[in-house]
Structure formats: structure tokens, C-alpha cells
Write a protein that binds this ligand. Structure first.
Ligand SMILES: Cc1cc2nc3c(=O)[nH]c(=O)nc-3n(C[C@H](O)[C@H](O)[C@H](O)COP(=O)(O)O)c2cc1C
Length: 166
């Protein structure tokens, strides 16, 4: 299984990155940090068609499974990842052929937050988007990080996340 991780966080060396690093070490997945890419808000006029979104999708289309990694910011995915998701609309308009290359792939989610439980409203956009894009949603893994010992447990959480990859 050829796995890519798309990470969207405001802290490049933060909690989510730490969990993703453990996951990458465990699974051998390729990491794409949205902070390394210049991807702007969805534009109905597609004036941003030359930014890094389409090249990133071309790279991702080579993988069988995509893991989306995000902290919980105000019960939602990070703004970085939301901008990426909005841009999926480019694949339904100006890049339909490229969009079809995502069909049949599977996706999962890795998230970190402070609260003990991951709210349903966080995970729903991933599940519904997968359905809309004809991709399989295979599950999510959440690490609640409240103290140092929670960070020490990230290796075990990353191992759980690999079971969602197929
Ligand atoms: C702007 C902001 C909003 C947050 N909102 C939530 C939230 O709604 N629920 C939650 O459990 N944690 C929330 N947190 C805590 C983060 O999700 C948590 O610390 C996470 O592990 C940070 O990951 P990062 O280091 O990749 O940013 C928030 C943190 C920030 C900075």
C-alpha cells in the first residue's frame, strides 16, 4: 500500500506533526506538509490555477491511500486543510480528468486536540467528502494531548492509525 500524508497545521513542529512523524516512521508513508506549499483560497474565476494545488494533486494521485492530518481548531479541521478541501472543487470544474484519478482511492484521518473526544462535526466533512469524491473512508485516529505522558503515547497512537490504512 502506497500511502501519503497531507498535513495541515499552524505549528510545523507541533503535536500533530509529532504524531505524523511517528506514523511516517511506522508506515513508511510520504509526507506532504501544506505549509511547504503555496495554495490559496478557492477562486470561482480560477485565477490561482498556477499555484501549488494542482501539482500537489498530481503527486497525490500516485498514491493508493491518503491520510489527512490536522489538529482540532474550534471543532474543525485546520484552516490550511480546509483551503485544500475547498480547492477540490477545481477537480470538479477545470481539472475533471485529474479529479477522476482520485476515484477508488481510500482516505483516513489523523487528528490531535486537547479535549478527550473528537467531535463528530470534525470528522463528518472528511467522510462526506470521501463519499462525494467516490473515495473510501477507512477511519480516523485521534490523540487527545493534555500532558507530557500523552506525547509519550503517540507511538502507540500512530500504530493504531496504520490499521486504518488499506
Ligand atoms: C486556534 C486553536 C483552536 C483550538 N480548538 C480546539 C478545539 O476546538 N478542541 C480541542 O480539543 N482542542 C482545540 N485546540 C487544541 C489543539 O487542537 C491541540 O493543542 C492540538 O494538539 C494542537 O496541534 P498542533 O500543535 O499541530 O497545532 C485548539 C488550539 C488552537 C491553537
Amino acid at each position: 500500500m502506497n500511502v501519503a500524508v497531507v498535513l495541515g497545521t499552524s505549528k510545523t513542529d507541533g503535536n500533530t506533526r509529532r504524531l505524523v512523524n511517528e506514523f511516517v516512521n511506522h508506515s513508511g508513508a510520504a509526507l506532504f506538509d501544506l505549509s511547504d506549499n503555496d495554495i490559496s483560497y478557492y477562486d470561482y474565476e480560477h485565477r490561482n490555477r498556477m499555484d501549488d494545488f494542482i501539482p500537489l494533486i498530481i503527486e497525490l494521485s500516485e498514491f493508493d491511500h491518503i491520510v489527512f492530518a490536522s489538529p482540532v481548531y474550534w471543532y474543525s479541521m485546520s484552516a490550511q486543510l480546509k483551503v485544500f478541501f475547498d480547492r477540490l472543487s477545481d477537480l470538479l470544474t477545470i481539472e475533471k480528468q485529474l479529479g477522476r484519478r482520485l476515484k477508488g482511492k481510500s482516505i483516513s484521518v489523523i487528528a490531535t486536540g486537547f479535549n478527550t473526544e473528537l467531535p463528530d462535526c470534525f470528522i463528518q466533512p472528511f467522510m462526506l467528502t470521501a463519499k462525494y469524491m467516490h473515495m473510501e473512508f477507512t477511519g480516523w485516529t485521534y490523540a487527545a494531548i493534555q500532558q507530557e505522558t500523552d506525547l509519550a503515547a503517540l507511538g502507540a497512537v500512530a500504530e493504531m492509525a496504520t490499521h486504518k490504512v488499506h
